[in-house]
Design a protein around this ligand. Structure first.
Ligand SMILES: Nc1ncnc2c1ncn2[C@@H]1O[C@H](COP(=O)(O)OP(=O)(O)OP(=O)(O)O)[C@@H](O)[C@H]1O
Ligand SMILES: Cc1ncsc1CCO
Ligand SMILES: [Mg+2]
Length: 277
């Protein structure tokens, strides 16, 4: 795919979402659940959050795509997550996995290990999470999960390149690694997406909501294009918001306005580079 072809597909994904208001269900953490829903609405999607197995199954069938984020686990998730992931896998419904804080606790480890066979269409995380998930799944570029400190990254995006490529090859989907420069790969090509703001790691949920927004675009595009489109709108909106605010509090609010205002042409033109794996 040439750069122009990729830009055309990004444009199309954004336009389709704005025109169709696709429903995307989420099972996500309680810290950032409201911000995830607001970001999904701002780009043109429709949001619904649930906790229970039966309701997750309902959403998996009724939604165009699903977002699963393991940030704050509760006992019910031990039933909900494998059940919903199996429904998604069996029905071929696209979904995004955010393996937040992989390495904390045995339940998180057990659930994330199970997801290997359900092959999420997009895996989105910061560099440390991507390296740790590849380690948990025993893929190239992975490292022991014991190195993860919490929800924030301690590794550079480029250090996660091999892990991202091997995860994408395993799932047949795409992987998005967030950081100062974002890396998106489908296992054959790598895109580097530029922009964002130094305020983004100073608010909670920039990454979580990016995952939710990628799920919205996944209703209208391939995993690679959806991941690149979500990342591009985040980088564009982040750059624009930074110019208008003087701290993380106002950043969080104004960022939603910039997500809402970004046009398909502006998102497709946000700077990115492509290289072969
Ligand atoms: N230093 C930075 N400069 C510019 N943009 C950044 C920077 N760090 C992160 N971002 C942007 O912030 C967004 C979220 O990435 P981040 O790596 O902070 O996710 P995360 O650690 O999973 O966040 P959370 O778990 O709090 O939701 C991405 O769009 C990314 O491009
Ligand atoms: C801070 C935090 N703790 C668990 S999930 C979460 C949101 C960012 O990943
Ligand atoms: Mg995160």
């Amino acid at each position: 795919m040439t750069k122009e072809e990729i830009q055309k597909q990004i444009f199309q994904a954004v336009e389709t979402v704005k025109q169709t208001n696709p429903m995307v269900g989420s099972i996500t953490n309680t810290v950032t659940i409201n911000f995830v829903a607001n970001a999904q609405l701002a780009v043109g999607g429709s949001a619904a959050m649930v906790y229970l197995p039966e309701e997750g199954e309902f959403l998996a069938k009724a939604s165009g795509a699903i977002y699963i984020n393991v940030g704050t686990l509760l006992p019910i998730y031990e039933q909900t997550l494998p059940h919903v992931a199996k429904v998604l896998h069996d029905t071929g419904k696209p979904w995004v996995l955010d393996p937040v804080a992989v390495g904390i606790g045995s339940m998180r480890t057990h659930l994330l290990r199970q997801f290997k066979d359900y092959k999420p269409h997009v895996i989105r995380g910061n560099a440390s999470e991507i390296i740790a998930l590849a380690g948990l799944w025993k893929l190239d570029g992975g490292a022991a999960i014991s190195k993860v400190r919490g929800v924030d990254s301690t590794d550079s995006v480029i250090a996660a390149k091999t892990a991202a490529v091997s995860l994408a090859k395993w799932t047949g989907g795409a992987v998005a690694v967030s950081g100062k420069t974002d890396l998106i790969t489908d296992g054959t090509v790598i895109a580097f997406s530029y922009g964002g703001s130094h305020f983004m790691p100073k608010i909670t949920g920039a990454g979580c909501s990016l995952g939710g927004v990628i799920a919205v675009y996944l209703t209208a595009a391939s995993p690679f294009i959806a991941a690149l489109t979500g990342t591009a709108v985040y980088n564009l909106a982040g750059t624009r918001t930074e110019k208008k605010v003087d701290g993380p509090g106002s950043f969080q609010i104004k960022f939603l306005d910039e997500l809402y205002k970004a046009s398909a042409g502006e998102i497709a033109n946000n700077p990115f580079e492509i290289e072969e794996v």
